[in-house]
Design a protein around this ligand. Structure first.
Ligand code: PLP
Length: 379
C-alpha cells in the first residue's frame, strides 16, 4: 500500500508510540490521585503541555488538551458567543474553513448570530483588506484557518492579526493542518486562540490542542472536576496527551528536512503527471502552501473514479477532505475558488507525509496517469 492521504490523518511515529505505550500498560494511574502513581501521571501531562507550549511559542498555562481539533474549533466559537450573548454578535470567518468551523457557524447563525463568510481568490487566499472591510462595531471574533486541508493554501493570518490587535478584536486560527508542517508561533501570528490536532503530525487520534492567550476567558466545555484548569473536566487521555507532546516536538525538530523532501515528492509527481496529462490543473496556491499537499484537477474525469482506480492499485488518496468524502457534493473549497461543479468534482488531493518516498511519488504519478487514460478511453 502507498498511503498518500496524510492531510486526512498520519501514521503514528514509532518513537511516539513507544512513549505512549507505558501509559496504556503499566502507568495507568489517575492524574488526579494524590499518591505517587497518580502524581507521576500528572507530571507526564504537564511535561507534554510544556512540549506543546514550546513548539507553539506559548506558555504551558495557555495550552489545554481536548479530544480532537473539531472540539476546539466548536468550543472557541460557541464560548465567544456565550461570553457576549448580552448584545449583538458578529463573527467573521472564511468560506473555505473546515466543517467543524463552518457547521458551528451555521448552527450559531440559526440562533441569531451574524456571520460573514469571506470569499477567497482563485488560489484560496483570503484578502486582508476584505477582513478590514467586513469588520463591524459588534465583531467579536475572526476565525481564519492557517492552512487549508483540501488545497494546502496558507492564509495571511499574521497580517490579519496585526489589523485586529489594533482594534481589540479576537482572532482564532484553525492550525490543524499547519502545526508540525510549517513554523507556527502564536506570537508571530498574533492569535488569541489556536487549534491543533495530534493525528495530523504523526501523533495518535484523540488528542486536540487549544492554545488560549493567558489573559482570556473561555467558558468550560465540560463541567465537573478540575482537570485542564476546570475548562474541560473528565479524566485525561494521558497516553494521547503524552504522545501529542512527543509528536509535536519530533515534527517540529524534523520540519525543515521533511518540508524539503515533501516538496521534492510533490514536484516530481506533478512533473511526471504533466508530461502525460498536460491539461492537469493545480488547485490552490503553489507558492504559499503546505509542503506535502497538492490538489489536482483532471479535465473530463471524476475525482471519485480516479480515487477508486488508485485504491485498486493500493494507493490511498482522497477526493477532498475526509469529512466530506462519501457525499456526492463538490468541494465547497474548490467552488469558493471559482471552479465549476464539474471542475470541482474532477479533483483529487494527494498529501505526502514523513514516511513517503520519491519512488512512491513516481509510482503514484504513473498510476494517476494510467487511471486517467482508462477513464477517458471509456467515455
Ligand atoms: N481543521 C482542519 C483544517 C482539519 O483538516 C481537520 C481534520 O481534518 C480538523 C479541523 C478536525 O480535526 P480533528 O480530526 O482532530 O477533529
Amino acid at each position: 500500500m502507498i498511503y498518500a492521504d496524510n492531510a486526512s490523518t498520519t501514521k503514528i511515529s514509532e518513537s511516539v508510540l513507544a512513549k505512549m505505550l507505558p501509559y496504556l500498560r503499566n502507568q495507568y494511574g489517575n492524574p488526579s490521585s494524590q499518591y505517587s502513581f497518580g502524581i507521576d501521571a500528572k507530571r507526564a501531562i504537564e511535561y507534554a503541555r510544556k512540549q506543546v507550549a514550546v513548539a507553539l511559542g506559548a506558555e504551558s498555562s495557555e495550552i489545554t488538551f481536548t479530544s480532537c481539533g473539531s472540539e476546539v474549533n466548536s468550543w472557541v466559537l460557541r464560548s465567544i458567543v456565550e461570553t457576549h450573548r448580552n448584545g449583538p454578535i458578529h463573527i467573521i470567518t472564511s468560506s473555505i474553513e473546515h466543517h467543524s468551523i463552518l457547521n458551528t457557524c451555521r448552527a450559531l447563525e440559526q440562533s441569531g448570530i451574524e456571520m460573514t463568510y469571506l470569499p477567497v481568490d482563485f488560489r484560496g487566499r483570503v484578502c486582508v483588506e476584505d477582513v478590514k472591510t467586513a469588520l463591524k462595531p459588534n465583531t467579536k471574533l475572526v476565525s481564519i484557518m492557517l492552512a487549508n486541508n483540501e488545497i494546502g493554501t496558507i492564509q495571511p493570518v499574521a497580517d490579519i492579526g496585526r489589523i485586529l490587535i489594533e482594534r481589540g478584536i479576537l482572532l482564532h486560527t484553525d492550525a490543524v493542518q499547519a502545526v508540525g508542517h510549517i513554523p507556527v508561533d502564536v506570537n508571530t501570528l498574533q492569535v488569541d486562540f489556536l487549534t491543533a490536532s495530534a493525528h495530523k503530525f504523526n501523533g495518535p487520534k484523540g488528542t486536540g490542542i487549544l492554545y488560549k492567550r493567558a489573559d482570556l476567558e473561555l467558558s468550560p466545555i465540560i463541567y465537573g472536576g478540575e482537570q485542564e484548569r476546570g475548562l474541560r473536566a473528565g479524566t485525561e487521555n494521558i497516553a494521547g496527551i503524552v504522545a501529542a507532546g512527543y509528536a509535536i516536538e519530533e515534527s517540529v525538530n524534523e520540519m525543515e528536512d521533511a518540508a524539503k523532501q515533501l516538496r521534492a515528492m510533490v514536484d516530481v509527481m506533478v512533473k511526471d503527471i504533466r508530461s502525460r496529462i498536460p491539461t492537469v490543473r493545480v488547485n490552490g496556491d503553489i507558492e504559499k502552501c503546505l509542503p506535502g499537499v497538492i490538489n489536482l484537477g483532471f479535465e473530463g474525469a471524476s475525482g471519485e473514479s480516479l480515487m477508486h482506480l488508485l485504491d485498486l492499485k493500493g494507493i490511498c488518496v482522497s477526493t477532498s477532505s475526509a469529512c466530506t468524502s462519501g457525499k456526492d457534493e463538490p468541494s465547497h473549497v474548490l467552488l469558493a475558488l471559482g471552479q465549476t461543479e464539474q471542475q470541482a468534482k474532477s479533483a483529487i488531493r494527494i498529501s505526502f507525509g514523513r514516511y513517503n518516498t520519491i519512488d512512491e511519488a513516481e509510482t503514484i504519478a504513473r498510476a494517476v496517469c494510467d487511471a486517467y487514460e482508462k477513464i477517458m478511453a471509456h467515455l
